[in-house]
Write a protein that binds this ligand. Structure first.
Ligand SMILES: [Cu+2]
Length: 255
């Protein structure tokens, strides 16, 4: 073999090696591409973004925050509890009648499967405003009776007209029913003044809670105390070992 043939063959071998090495990464790339496709399936791990829907579970934390701050809220809507759960003509609205000295509530309005409704079912008035209960004459005999006696029109009556008036001086929420039609959902509520139970909508940020009242057993603090003591013991032991202890690398100290 002469030098030229050697160079040619060597070049061919080099070229072959280059081709191999070129094919190698290419194959590797195809492998990576093939891996990339399942990786695209891994984009369905992006379906794990629905784990961010789990953040709405964190919204559930806001619910618990709402529970914590329930007492302190002042700007939320009136808290009727479950009072209106069976009242068809209540749609979540409290009619704002503040600033009016007289507020009319219709008795025997359409609703709850007949003329079995108070209208508006929920109304907000100033303290001392006169509530004028006006009967439509429909739906039979009605009355308006609260469980604390503040609102009490007496026995049910059927005649149309203003059959009852009352002015409430004390702030609060006053719930009342029509006794003959309470079962149909003929119920109402009057919010008086500015001092009344509210639904806290702030979603957390309530009054800071004393950690000792958060349900953590006091014994849990001993875990932290023990940890600190253990660290201190280690530091003291290290100090005395370094200052007075012997080392395999020393030959009897300074003497
Ligand atoms: Cu009634």
């Amino acid at each position: 073999m002469n030098r030229r043939e050697f160079l040619l063959s060597a070049g061919g071998a080099t070229g072959g090696a280059a081709a191999l090495s070129a094919a190698g990464p290419a194959a590797a790339q195809e492998t990576e591409t093939a891996t990339g496709t399942p990786g695209g399936g891994g984009n369905e791990t992006g379906g794990g973004n629905e784990t961010s829907g789990g953040n709405e579970t964190g919204g559930g934390n806001e619910t618990s925050g709402g529970d914590g701050g329930g007492g302190g809220g002042s700007a939320g809507p009136p808290d009727y509890g479950t009072w209106f759960s069976n009242v068809d003509n209540y749609g979540g609205e409290t009619v704002d009648a503040r600033g009016q000295s007289e507020v009319t509530i219709t008795v025997g309005a359409e609703g709850n499967g007949g003329a079995f409704a108070f209208d508006p079912p929920a109304v907000h008035v100033d303290a001392g405003a006169t509530l004028v209960f006006e009967w439509t004459g429909e739906g039979g005999a009605h009355n308006a009776v609260g469980n604390d006696g503040t609102i009490d029109s007496g026995d049910p009556v059927g005649e149309a007209g203003v059959n009852y008036e009352v002015a409430i001086e004390e702030d609060g929420i006053y719930q009342y029913v029509c006794e003959p039609h309470e079962g149909q959902g003929m119920k109402g509520a009057v919010v008086v003044g500015s001092d009344y139970p509210t639904v806290d909508t702030s979603g957390g940020g309530g009054t800071p809670v004393n950690p000792e009242h958060m349900g953590v057993p006091f014994q849990a603090h001993f875990v932290g105390i023990s940890t600190v003591l253990a660290i201190l013991a280690t530091l003291v032991f290290t100090f005395f070992t370094l200052k007075y202890g012997e080392s395999a690398n020393t030959k009897g100290g300074n003497d």
